[in-house]
Design a protein around this ligand. Structure first.
Ligand code: NAI
Ligand code: A1CAB
Length: 277
């Protein structure tokens, strides 16, 4: 099977995966990316030397060109555009080409219906730390995907981080925790920086403290076997300052607020799936 991997719709998410892949030693000559605009294609080609980036405003059949001869194609446009993109490339796929979607809310059934009968399809839910090889991605195989084809996709995504296999019914929950989750961590950093300013720190200093703290805590969480509760307790002296802060978060219902946000994200994914029919 061809080693070439095509990233169709190379925006934030697909570029993050592409970066992770190149960072782990994939030959850029085996990577092709498509986008809408020529400026974005030039930016990608400059940032990732040796890949091929094709813009639709210069070459309207860019997606078909990229799909043709690729062993794996990764669909990375917004959910509403996935089925059209799948139909557009259908005639350019070999029956063995593995079609991977990173889109929230687009089901395996919707993907399979837009592709030639029998096409192997995998639905994934990645996240943007893939850019640093620190993403986490779920994979769910469609009915035509062989164990070897699923393994090939897992091997690609391993380069971008941790791979978990989940039944498709769980993808909306995965999306609500790890797909969207980096935004929750960034939101926490924003709120901490704002709190620092409220306590009298200069904005730049407050932002530096918040960024380095969330990043540093992230590194600690990334150590093998890390336990968030144990790590939190190790910062919290009995009757000390941290304990007072955490008690205030609990009194104000922060865990329930986070659960409600995650529920809202999962519900929105289900709503989009229904809208896409
Ligand atoms: N951004 C994130 O953190 C995550 C995103 N996703 C999924 O990834 C997908 C893309 O999201 P983002 O990367 O955030 O969006 P984005 O807007 O940054 O990327 C989409 C890219 O596709 C290009 N594009 C649109 N139509 C095209 C076409 N017909 N042919 C070629 N290129 C085309 C756009 O120009 C853009 O560069 C979505 O389906 C989303 O659900 C999944 C997990 C996390
Ligand atoms: O916000 C979104 O719709 C995408 C899916 C998961 C993360 N970002």
């Amino acid at each position: 099977m061809s080693n070439r991997i095509a990233f169709l719709g190379c925006g934030s998410m697909n570029e993050a995966i592409l970066s992770g892949l190149l960072g782990s030693g994939t030959d850029p000559a085996d990577v092709v990316a498509t986008v809408r605009r020529a400026e974005r294609a030039a930016e990608l080609a400059e940032r990732h030397h040796g890949i091929t980036a094709i813009a639709g405003d210069e070459e309207p059949d860019n997606n078909r060109q990229a799909a043709k001869g690729s062993g794996v194609v990764i669909l990375g446009v917004k959910p509403v555009g996935i089925a059209d993109l799948a139909r557009e490339i259908s005639a350019s796929l070999s029956p063995k080409t593995i079609v991977v979607s990173v889109a929230a809310a687009v089901t395996l059934a919707q993907l399979e219906a837009a592709l030639p009968a029998g096409q192997p399809v995998i639905r994934t839910m990645p996240n943007t730390p893939a850019k640093l090889g620190r993403g986490v991605v779920s994979v769910s195989a469609g009915s035509n995907c062989s164990p070897e084809q699923l393994q090939r996709a897992k091997d690609i995504f391993k380069a971008a981080g941790t791979v978990v296999e989940v039944p498709e019914e769980q993808v909306d929950a995965v999306s609500a925790i790890s797909g969207s989750g980096p935004a929750y961590a960034f939101y926490l950093a924003e709120a901490m920086a704002a709190a620092g300013v409220e306590l009298g720190l200069e904005h730049d200093l407050a932002l530096l403290l918040a960024r380095e703290t969330v990043a540093g805590a992230g590194f600690m969480l990334a150590e093998p076997g890390a336990d968030p509760s144990a790590l939190r307790i190790s910062v919290s002296s009995p009757n000390g300052t941290t304990e007072r802060a955490i008690a205030t978060f609990n009194e104000r219902g922060l865990p329930a607020i986070i659960a409600a946000g995650a529920r809202a994200a999962a519900d929105r994914a289900a709503e989009i799936s229904r809208q896409l029919g």
